[in-house]
Structure formats: structure tokens, C-alpha cells
Design a protein around this ligand. Structure first.
Ligand code: XMP
Length: 518
């Protein structure tokens, strides 16, 4: 069956992946493309609409990103969002001018009319974030909504199915944004909405079978949700003897995690599981290294060395075997592998190692989660019968606790952060907060603080606790963990872990901070 598809052109907004996710929630497969994707690549079976995302550039600058020649001649509906709206106006012959001030935050719509606004309240709240404004409307277009400050908030073409909004319907700060997107998807594009994670799973299973045939498939199971779901999908798609899971225990995992993953894989019938205990090698490589990106590089390198040694032992290479891994859609976007504009935020060693590149070039990479977002991976894991507790675990960075021990890593400091994290998460769980929080963890700061323990003053380590609410890790707010819970966690941490004298709680959002401390 050909799926209906929506194409989201990425002009660099941090919200671009969110647009795609929202459209998928409505049951249509939305895919992100680089802003200058060729019309040939875009147009094809099932294309029902094109969305031009927002972006940080200004259309009034000569070098700002544009769609490729001929792209806007596609005969499917188009929706412009923010920068996308200004582009549509300018390319249509209208005028956009730099605004005197940036408009940020909530606004109310007035005089909203046309199909995008069907079924909405009279004055919907919307989230604005823009500097430029429309001066002259392009010929053939009309104003479809204004804000309470009189600014043009939406425009629509008089005769063609083209719409554009200045605000962000994809963010939760636009409470009726889902209805607006739904009006576009169903009312304007005429989609059926039959895409689902279940449909994705069935297709992935068929695809894996067709791709690998009888060949062995190695799967690198880091222990996180993504690679575990990947292994579970392989266990469903192929005879268990055909799958070779390798779990490298780096010693940088959360408490008990390596053991739990190994147990799960064994129980899933994956008899070829290899668990490599490599903590000493990782610690050695990290000795004296304080720079976070250097830590990431070294960890990546050791992973590669250990992997290569394991593969050599198995006697597999890019000619004889396939390699499966838990790459997500967001990894592909953030690493720029999709060609999209969004900046490379982190070095994802999933996407870029020499082995992975060789496997990718040979067409021997199996990445069943590469088309879906984190929460869709979780839904897929549940469909595959993984335990809820495992699937709903908070995200955990590939370099693990190494980037949560700020500054140089020692086995002692690693043990402290692991134990602090365990205690903190135990208290979070006990308070029934775990599922409400997107990610919570402890980090060990590179400073010391004075304490008084027993009869004397002591100097010890400082643990920072963090908890954030997020949708996809791209933006985040700190989660207001109740003081009683923080107090309990702090008191247990200083009492139960030798060498810790102080615990602090991080109340910054992302941006401007990041979720991790390194
Ligand atoms: P930041 O700190 O960039 O984190 O706001 C966003 C999300 O990504 C995770 N993270 C990483 N994941 N390798 C990973 O696989 C990394 O190097 C890395 N750094 C951060 C982080 O835990 C959060 O969920």
C-alpha cells in the first residue's frame, strides 16, 4: 500500500521535527527534507502536501534559504509556517520588511477565516516568534487572520490550496494548533490518516526480512531503549539464531542497567548474545580527559575498537553480515545525514563511525527505527511486547555517565554519580513522578563544597539533580519536582554516599541551557 506522505521542508527551525511529529500523530507519514530538496525527489507516490517550516533566517537577506526552482509549482496543497509564510509571500510577489522589534510569545487571533480555522474558538491563542512582517500582500492572496496587535497572522491564496501562518501551530503554546494542522491535513490536503506505529512495525518487519534474507545480523545493543527495541524487532522478524546481539558493558551505564538488558535479550530467545565487559578499557581511554567532546570521541573510538574485535572473532564483515542499530529519525536529522538544515548538535557515533559508514555504503545497515521519533519507538516497543518499565525508561546519552561526571573521570567519581542517580530515581519513582518527567538524572560537578559531618568540617563533592519536561529533547523546561522529594533524595545522597557534601537542583530550561551538563 502506498502511504500518504507529507513533506516538511526544513528551513532550520528548532521546531521542524515537531511539525513532523504532530502530523504523524494525525496519522500521516510526515518526512523532513532539506529546504532546497529538488522537486523530483519530493514529488512521488502518495505526496499529499508540502509544509515550509520556520527558520532563524530572514527572507529579506539575500542568502537566506529558498526552496529549489520549480518546487512551489507542485500541485499539492502548501502550508507555510513563520519563515515559510514570509517566503510564500515574497516569492509570490509580495513584500516582507524587517520588523522594528521581534514579536515573541502569546498572541490572540482576530478575524480568523478560511479552512484552517474551521471549528476553532473565536479568539484562539497562538505562539509567535518572528522579527519580519508582511508589508505588501502577494497578488492573489488575502489576509486570513490578524493578531490582537493588528499584525498579519495568517494568509491564504484566493484560488489555490495555499495557506500560511505566522505563528507556530506545532507547539503546545498554541493550544488549538492541533486543530489547525488537522484542518490542513484532512480539510485541505484530503488525507485519510491511516499511518500508525502498528503499520510502521509491520512494514519494518517485512522490510528487514527482505533486506537481510538468510544472512547473519549483528545488533549492537547499547542498553538504551532504541537499541533494545531494535533487537526486539529483529527477534520478531527473524529466527533467533540469525541475530547476533553484542552488548558492550562500558561501565558507564546507570545502576543495574547492563544486567537488565542482558537478561531481557536472553529471555527474548537471542541465544547468540555476547556481553563484553569493557569498563577498564573505557576508563583507561578517559583517564585525565575533561573536555566533553573529547570524552565523546574517545568513548566512540573504544566502542569501535571493541566492536571490531568482537566482529573479527565472529568472523563477520561488511560482505557477509548486516549490522543493525537503533538510530532514530532525530539522530539522522541532527547529524545532518538527512541533508536537513538543522545544526549538528551532538556527535552521534551511531551515524558516523567508519564501520557504520562502510556498512551503509554496502547497503548492509539495518535501522528499523530510523523513520520514527522517540515516543513512536516507545510505542513500537510496547507493541513488540517489551516490558513497560524498560520501554518507558528516561532517555540516556550514548556516552553515558562519562558526561555526567564533569571534568576528569575516576572510578570513584563514576561510582558516586551512579549511586546518586540510583537514589534520586528511586525517590522520583516512589513519589510516582517518573512517568510524568521526561528525563531525570544526577550529575557530579567539578567543584567542591564544604560540609559539616560528625564533629568536623569536611570538603566533598557536589551532586546536581536535574529533571526536565520535553517532547523530543530539542527544547525542555525544568520539572518542578516537589521540595519534599528533592529533600529526601538530597538527604539520602549525602548520608549514603561517602564524599558528597552537597546537593543542588538545576532550574534552567533548554534553551538557553542544554539538558545534560556536558
Ligand atoms: P542536550 O544535553 O543536548 O540533550 O540538551 C538532549 C538529549 O540528548 C541526550 N544526549 C545525548 N545522546 N549522545 C547521545 O546519544 C550524546 O552525546 C548526547 N548528549 C546528550 C540527552 O541525554 C538528552 O536526552
Amino acid at each position: 500500500m502506498t502511504h500518504e506522505r507529507l513533506a516538511v521542508l526544513d528551513f532550520g527551525s528548532q521546531y521542524t521535527p515537531l511539525i513532523a511529529r504532530r502530523l504523524r500523530e494525525l496519522g500521516v507519514l510526515a518526512e523532513i527534507f532539506p529546504a532546497d530538496v529538488s522537486p523530483e525527489r519530493l514529488v512521488g507516490a502518495g505526496l499529499k502536501g508540502v509544509i515550509l517550516s520556520g527558520g532563524p533566517a530572514s527572507v529579506t537577506e539575500p542568502d537566506s534559504p529558498r526552496p529549489a526552482e520549480g518546487l512551489l509549482a507542485v500541485d499539492v496543497p502548501v502550508l507555510g509556517v513563520c519563515y515559510g509564510m514570509q517566503l510564500l509571500n515574497q516569492l509570490g510577489g509580495g513584500r516582507v520588511v524587517p520588523g522594528a522589534t521581534r514579536e515573541y510569545g502569546r498572541a490572540e487571533l482576530t478575524e480568523a477565516s478560511g479552512p484552517l480555522f474551521d471549528g476553532l474558538s473565536a479568539h484562539p491563542t497562538v505562539w509567535m516568534s518572528h522579527g519580519d512582517r508582511l508589508d505588501d500582500l502577494a497578488p492573489g492572496w488575502r489576509v486570513a487572520a490578524r493578531t490582537n496587535h493588528g499584525i498579519v497572522a495568517a494568509i491564504a491564496h484566493e484560488t489555490l490550496p495555499r495557506h500560511a501562518v505566522q505563528f507556530h501551530p506545532e507547539v503546545t503554546h498554541t493550544p488549538e494548533g492541533r486543530q489547525i494542522l488537522s484542518n490542513f491535513v484532512f480539510g485541505v490536503c484530503g488525507c485519510r490518516g491511516d499511518w500508525s506505529v502498528q503499520a510502521y512495525m509491520e512494514e519494518s518487519i517485512a522490510e528487514v526480512r527482505a533486506q537481510v534474507g538468510q544472512a547473519p545480523v549483528i545488533v549492537l545493543v547499547s542498553g538504551g531503549v532504541d537499541s533494545t527495541v531494535t533487537a526486539a524487532l529483529l527477534a520478531r522478524a527473524l529466527p533467533p539464531e540469525q541475530v547476533f546481539p553484542i552488548h558492550i558493558d562500558s561501565g558507564l551505564m546507570r545502576a543495574g542497567e547492563s544486567e537488565a538488558v542482558a537478561t531481557f535479550l536472553r529471555e527474548a530467545g537471542l541465544v547468540n548474545l555476547r556481553v563484553v565487559h569493557a569498563q577498564p578499557r573505557f576508563l583507561e581511554a578517559l583517564s585525565g580527559v575533561a573536555d566533553p567532546e573529547e570524552k565523546r570521541r574517545r568513548i566512540g573510538d573504544v566502542f569501535i575498537e571493541v566492536q571490531n574485535a568482537e566482529l573479527a572473532q565472529l568472523g563477520f564483515d561488511a560482505e557477509s553480515a548486516f549490522l543493525a542499530q537503533g538510530t532514530l529519525y532525530t539522530d539522522m536529522i541532527e547529524s545532518g545525514a538527512s541533508g536537513a538544515h538543522t545544526a549538528t548538535i551532538k556527535t552521534h557515533h551511531n551515524v558516523g563511525t567508519p564501520l557504520v559508514r562502510a556498512m551503509r555504503e554496502a547497503g548492509r545497515l539495518v535501522e528499523p527505527c530510523r523513520g520514527i521519533f522517540k515516543d513512536e519507538v516507545r510505542a513500537l516497543g510496547l507493541l513488540l511486547g517489551l516490558p513497560r518499565e524498560l520501554v518507558m525508561r528516561h532517555p540516556f546519552p550514548g556516552p553515558g555517565l562519562a558526561i555526567r561526571v564533569l571534568g576528569a573521570i575516576t572510578p570513584e567519581r563514576l561510582a558516586i554519580v551512579r549511586e546518586a542517580d540510583r537514589i534520586y530515581l528511586e525517590e522520583i519513582r516512589r513519589a510516582g513522578l517518573y512517568d510524568a518527567i521526561w528525563q531525570a538524572f544526577a550529575a557530579l560537578l567539578p567543584v567542591h563544597a564544604v560540609g559539616v559531618q560528625g564533629d568536623g568540617r569536611t570538603v566533598g563533592e557536589v551532586v546536581a539533580l536535574r529533571a526536565v519536561d520535553s517532547v523530543d529533547g530539542m527544547t525542555a523546561d525544568f520539572h518542578p519536582v516537589p521540595f519534599e522529594v528533592l529533600g529526601r533524595a538530597a538527604s539520602r545522597i549525602v548520608n549514603e554516599i561517602r564524599g558528597v557534601t552537597r546537593v543542588v537542583f538545576d532550574v534552567t530550561s533548554k534553551p538557553p541551557a542544554t539538558i545534560e551538563w556536558e
